[in-house]
Ligand binder design. Sequence first.
Ligand code: ATP
Ligand code: MG
Length: 351
Amino acid sequence: MVQQQDRFDSLSELFSEAIIVVDRTGVVERSNAKAFELLGAHIAHRPLDNFLRHPDFQDALNAASEAGKTTDLNYTRMGQVRRDFKIRIAPFEDDQIILIIFDITMELSVERIQSEFVANVSHELRSPLTALTGFIETLQTSAKDDVEARERFLGIMQSEADRMQRLIDGLLSLSRVEAEEHRAPRDALDLLRVVDDAISALRFRANSKNMEIVVYNDWPGVDEVPMVRGAEDELSEVLHNLIDNAIKYGHDGSEIGVRISTGRGVDQKFRPDLARVQVINQGESIAEEHLSRLTERFYRVDKGRSRNMGGSGLGLAIVKHIINRHRGRLRITSSEGETCFSITLPCVKRD
Ligand SMILES: Nc1ncnc2c1ncn2[C@@H]1O[C@H](COP(=O)(O)OP(=O)(O)OP(=O)(O)O)[C@@H](O)[C@H]1O
Ligand SMILES: [Mg+2]
């Protein structure tokens, strides 16, 4: 018996699940450290249902001891954070019953996130699609011979179709960077050149809102180039998204600043091993409660307004994943009409 107990102890400690053995009345006889961690050390020699309340618990114990049946119960514990478990209750040696408690919190939350994602995508696709079908119907019926209305409707249909295209491009981009996220990029890149290329591509759009994009190069050492480890297409996408937002959400005629400097530590001292790029625009400030949520997929401060501007709410989610892949950081601050997106990236080590 003692030998058996020792064997149970050493074996049960190898599992990451909580394992408890009870007698047929449900009193705890043995348990591993994980069970104590989950339910408390005081469970020893006490009735388990004092600590694990479940309406079907007693029936499951009876089924195990009388009919030799195994039962799985789902169990949720609502504390400060919700935790979900599956409890397997099965007959064990010497008339005893064994309980194995699997923590399935992560599994369930991944499922929840996935189904939320599908619901969001369907919702985002539904509105342009509804608009398109509506206009097709109108063009086939009441507006059939109205040349002027036809032109106008075709224009709207084009922009709705463009919106769907952008959404799909965004989703593809997101899934690509998510798949790569665990692999840090190795190429050495001149950050200033990536910034300049992105600005050249977007200058025309900025000018159409009478905005000017100005680069402030505060990199220490005039002749030195900020070389970072990165994937050029991804960092270019980051800058495109940030500058695109600055143009979209900045006031007409205001300036967009792109500042390059070194990162700083907690003590505000320069960190020559980190490069920093800040994209700063003048516009309506983003309220504090939104700041931490901006990088969630589909999150928009003002859904209607952003959607009218063609936004799908994926840009910053893509930025965050790319920066994570680069082992960098993204910080967002916004007050008194000035919004700043600041990213830091590890530099290439110098010899
Ligand atoms: N510079 C900014 N100033 C004010 N609000 C901003 C700024 N950048 C982003 N936001 C807010 O953050 C939200 C999320 O931005 P994000 O780039 O992810 O989506 P989007 O611009 O709406 O769409 P997409 O980038 O996919 O075309 C925006 O809808 C907007 O409300
Ligand atoms: Mg955007």
